[in-house]
Design a protein around this ligand. Structure first.
Ligand code: NAD
Length: 419
């Protein structure tokens, strides 16, 4: 099959492209604008494959999209291109509306025209055509009790703690704000759930410009299916982590700060709960849904790994304590740890944990019920949080050149295949 992947130079998109080239015989066209989040170096392992082709283009550009569809002749579209970082959506929502909402509508219209033409030219190929839209569990809103506890949560994917705005070169890995007051109640790691887990029928209630723009794009996809009969599928997934993750997100940020001996900034009390999924497990799930899922259906994807942010950061510290020899540890920053937060004995890296003021409007808890995809497609994650996190930390230790080139901006130096 010919598979058109949008956003294939991003964190999850590159894992999908690697999965398709390494583990299937499909042909892949990757269309990506190469924003700050697009990194072709994440595709070095497959870029020479004769089954892979890259096209630099903006999904908002209808003419370019028509050209890409004409050249690729896709059997399946996997739409991952998006602005994905909550902090950036607060600083500048317009790009999020443009790419996530307008860009998705352009792709849907392009796909519809292509599919209609295919019905005349090649009815068999038209009958098998599928448009898979990749989305987030953030569209469902907040499962927690942020108002009641007086403590606010953190956004999707462990977005940048202490990182705001531009930061194209990944330079702004600093600490922002003051330490909030901590209470023993606030330090309870897993408050009892206020609501059941997110299912495919949970009503949408997005909190941030990012999640609102993704919710808008999800609605568009379902409307194109219902109104025009376009054969679509939607997936909504929990927090991803793993190799090639841009270092503005929680897990890589903490690993790289710890390696540099810088403070590890934890928002609020660190008690915000996220469900973590190893990115390669997500990529496998996406390929299964795209190729075998039932048209018109939505599938939730999650790891059944609910962790507080503080637990995640402490687990990273423990792995680094073990893997990084004492003489190779970074110079210590000005870390400050409130006494109430000492939940476990401090180790060399845990000493760097620093609690910083939370930001407003964030969700306390996300947790996903992924039983449908398991039941209907037989997918389940291969990694536990412990094995996946260990692999991730080891990957960042072994692939310094990749993240150093992100941090110094040189990864943006090369551009290929401009349409
Ligand atoms: P990312 O930010 O790492 O990558 C996004 C990619 O899209 C980049 O390569 C970027 O260059 C490209 N892009 C951005 N705007 C574009 C445009 N206008 N035209 C063409 N390409 C453009 O994001 P990610 O974390 O890999 O997420 C991929 C998708 O998965 C997104 O739709 C996101 O909403 C969704 N998702 C992410 C997570 C997560 O934890 N990261 C979880 C669930 C769902």
């Amino acid at each position: 099959m010919n598979i058109l992947v949008t956003g294939g130079a991003g964190f999850i998109g590159s894992a999908v492209v690697r999965e398709l080239i390494h583990h299937t015989s499909h042909h892949v066209t990757n269309v990506d604008k190469l924003t700050y989040a697009g990194n072709l170096e994440s595709l070095a392992a497959i870029e020479d494959s004769p089954r892979y082709r890259f096209v630099q283009a903006d999904i908002v550009d209808a003419e370019a999209m028509h050209r890409v569809f004409r050249e690729c002749q896709p059997d399946v579209v996997m739409h991952l291109a998006a602005e994905s970082h909550v902090d950036r959506s607060i600083d500048g929502p317009a790009t999020f509306i443009q790419t996530n909402v307008v860009g998705t509508s352009v792709l849907l219209e392009t796909a519809r025209a292509y599919w209609q033409a295919l019905k005349q030219d090649d009815p068999t190929k038209a009958a098998g055509f599928r448009f898979h839209h990749v989305s987030t569990d953030e569209v469902y809103g907040d499962l927690g009790e942020s108002e009641a506890s007086g403590v606010r949560g953190e956004g999707r994917s462990g977005e940048a703690l202490g990182v705001r705005g531009g930061g194209r070169n990944g330079e702004a890995l600093g600490v922002r704000g003051e330490e909030p007051p901590l209470t023993s109640e606030a330090l309870t790691p897993h408050p009892s759930p206020a609501k059941p887990l997110f299912t495919e029928t949970t009503p949408y209630s997005p909190s941030s410009p990012y999640s609102a723009s993704k919710a808008g794009s999800d609605h568009l996809v379902r409307a194109w299916q219902r109104t025009f009969g376009l054969p679509t599928l939607v997936t909504n997934c929990s927090n991803n982590y793993g190799p090639y993750h841009f270092p503005e997100k929680l897990i890589p940020l903490m690993i790289l700060n710890a390696l540099a001996g810088k403070p590890l900034p934890v928002y609020g009390d660190g008690g915000q709960i996220r469900d973590w999924l190893y990115v390669e497990d997500h990529a496998r799930a996406l390929v299964q849904v795209a190729t075998r899922g039932t048209i018109g259906e939505t599938y939730n994807i999650g790891g059944h790994n609910e962790k507080t942010n503080l637990e995640v950061v402490e687990a990273i510290c423990e792995i680094l304590d073990e893997l990084v020899p004492a003489e190779e540890r970074g110079v210590r920053g000005e870390a400050h740890i409130p006494s109430q937060a000492k939940r476990s004995p401090l180790t060399p890296h845990k000493e760097l944990i620093t609690f910083v003021t939370d930001r407003p409007g964030h969700d306390r808890r996300y947790a996903i019920d992924a039983s449908k995809i398991k039941r209907e497609l037989g997918w389940h994650p291969q990694e536990t949080f412990e094995t996946g996190l260990r692999k991730t930390v080891a990957w960042y230790l072994e692939n310094r050149e990749w993240w150093q080139r992100v941090q110094d901006g040189s990864y943006q130096g090369e551009r290929l295949g401009v349409v």
